[in-house]
Ligand binder design. Structure first.
Ligand code: SF4
Ligand code: SF4
Length: 219
């Protein structure tokens, strides 16, 4: 299947690209464009041109990882496009193809996912105070160092249930049970026919009944 055909089956893509007129409003509003060599207008245009080589280049680049998914572009585009949504579809395809490993930012995302995943399996949380050691995180500053050293007392005063059984914030989680639950989770693919979730007239949409989509849920 071609890259563009694969994108066209992704509901993020279906919902996000009508037709781009290259006006650049999305770039003007985009906070990531302020900080990176990044231009959502070019992404919308590249995908719209359906040039497989250019799309492959995007999938292997750092560019698709610069978006902060704030969706400011969605509210401003005069053509009701959402470059942030197009990027979601590109990221999914990049991961599916394994091409994210070709970019530094893509590899960073992978490392982050592994770290957070391991934390969930080991502690039951993405992050817990115990693993944010001050010597490893000097950016947290001296206040954190003090909180870390007095964490039993501090969390008791905030009425959390730190490392205790029962309900409440920071409660002890049975990591083994969490792991069992996680391993029993399955990715459920939903493939269906697009039926204009939003009235075409009000949104200026091009989607018509019969358009196919795929979406995934975890359950
Ligand atoms: S995606 Fe929308 S705002 Fe961005 S360049 Fe295209 S038409 Fe303009
Ligand atoms: S969703 Fe992404 S592309 Fe859109 S404005 Fe936010 S950072 Fe920019």
């Amino acid at each position: 299947m071609s890259l563009i055909d694969s994108l066209k089956k992704d509901i993020h893509y279906i919902e996000s690209l009508n037709s781009c007129m290259n006006c650049g409003v999305c770039t003007a509003i985009c906070p990531s464009a302020e900080f990176y060599n990044y231009d959502p207008r070019i992404i919308a245009d590249t995908v719209q041109r359906q040039d497989e080589e250019s799309i492959e280049g995007l999938l292997k680049s750092d560019t698709i990882w610069y978006c902060g998914e704030c969706m400011s572009c969605k509210t401003r585009c005069p053509r009701c496009n959402t470059p942030g949504g197009i990027i979601m579809a590109l990221r999914r395809l990049s991961q599916e193809k394994g091409w994210f490993t070709e970019s530094e930012k893509g590899r960073q995302q992978f490392a982050l996912k592994r770290i957070l995943g391991n934390n969930i399996l080991n502690y039951g949380y993405c992050v817990t105070p115990d693993i944010v050691k001050p010597e490893m995180h000097p950016e947290q500053g001296p206040v954190w160092e003090w909180i870390y050293e007095h964490r039993d007392e501090v969390y008791e005063r905030t009425h959390s249930n730190y490392k205790q059984t029962g309900a409440g914030a920071l409660r002890k989680v049975d990591a083994q049970r969490t792991e069992t639950n996680l391993r029993s989770n399955r990715r459920i693919g939903i493939h269906g026919e697009y039926r204009n979730l939003f009235p075409p007239k009000s949104r200026g949409r091009r989607d018509g009944p019969g358009k196919l989509f795929s979406a995934y849920l975890y359950g």
